[in-house]
Design a protein around this ligand. Sequence first.
Ligand SMILES: Nc1ncnc2c1ncn2[C@@H]1O[C@H](COP(=O)(O)OP(=O)(O)OP(=O)(O)O)[C@@H](O)[C@H]1O
Length: 460
Amino acid sequence: MSTMKVCVLFRPLNSKELSEFGDAVSVQGINSESFIVKDEKEQEFDFTFDRVFYQGSEQADIYEFLALPIVQGALDAINGTIITYGQTGAGKTYSMEGPSIVDCESKKKGLLRRVVDGLFEAITNSEKPSKYTIKLSMVEIYMEKVRDLFDLSKDNIQIKESKVHGIVLNGATEVAISNSAEALQSLSSGIANRAVGETQMNMSSSRSHCLYIFTVHQDLTKDKSRTKFGKLILVDLAGSEKVEKTGAEGKILEEAKTINQSLTALGKVINAMTSSTPGKPTHIPYRDSKLTRILQDALGGCSQTALLCCCSPSPSNSSESLSTLRFGARAKHVKASVHVSCKEDLDNTKDATVYTYVDESRERILAKLRERMTDDDVLLLEKLFVLEGIFFDPNSIDEIDAAYEDVTSRTISSLHKAVEELSTGVEKMKMENVALKASLKVSEEFYQHQLERRSLCFIL
Ligand SMILES: Nc1ncnc2c1ncn2[C@@H]1O[C@H](COP(=O)(O)OP(=O)(O)OP(=O)(O)O)[C@@H](O)[C@H]1O
């Protein structure tokens, strides 16, 4: 099942484009999925995506088509990512925030506000006997450093991985939000902090990636033993334009290279997912950038992803628009399956709660067992597997992590020690070699001397 939805948005022409090129556009729509784009040489390129939003499209339509299924997924513990991609000024932030996050007429509200409203609306209307808790984190990635937008003093957040919670931003502020108004307040303070950070670091927001991370915890109240959680990440990427080609120097060039690296990493991850064969493990290079690492468990494989390729319709930007569209076209081939993150109490009779992380392999094993056994027997085996450590027991994850780190650091230090011992041994052997050579030389000279004496005696 393909869960990568790729859409294209052509924003309206801006005043600069109108004054330079009038109302000329490089895009010719065919229908709601296909269009043609002309490059500077008037060469035409066909594209087909899941949906095209032409100039004048409604923000509500974009939300409903692109984001709503992902919002619903997050409430069902399916991780999801919504990414806006495109050159600076193409409409990424406008799509996320609208013209302003707070002060904005209802029709123009961006994805963020609609996602928040969608989450709380679904919770209110939910017939499930569940208790939901939503938490929000906001971070910015600039020059490969992750900064907490709720606390600018945390400017180098580390990324960790836990088997229970997946990718975790170590120490990043998580704000509990219980309604749309609270969410809006937090979002606007994060966005204001981003502007403060921009001034502090003398950079532009278009040179950093901004991530809005919503975590939805769901406790099934009737059966307190089950907790599900889904993560929904909205990503407003840095501008994808090729600044290197413009002859930029110094800091701007460094920024451009870093952005390029992380967008390339994103492209590689998408390509790796695209070329993967079901059933065959493929290496997906999530660790190549902070961006892909953070998105690891909310991108591809086990999650639902949507990419909004934002483009200018102006002929003056056709080259950048084509580059954005090619990125989107590659992403379009992603095939993935949906995965549910779920912690489940398997033994309510015990004081200590035993949670089991439901992963795909475990589900596969259980499905196989269910073919031959009764549900009760499978449940019993499942408990046994947890006790025997055959299935993962997330309660011990911290201990496992700590033990793993411990073993790793012990291995590294014993390797260091071995290298030191080897170097000392080599030095010792070198010195012995020098001494041996010297004594050999003395012996040779002595022998030579004896030979000369003998031959002299013989002559006499
Ligand atoms: N869908 C749209 N409808 C109306 N105006 C838009 C739309 N998209 C963008 N604009 C206008 O274009 C301007 C630039 O858009 P925006 O700031 O969203 O670009 P961006 O891609 O986020 O750029 P950056 O990389 O600098 O963040 C906005 O100020 C907005 O006025």
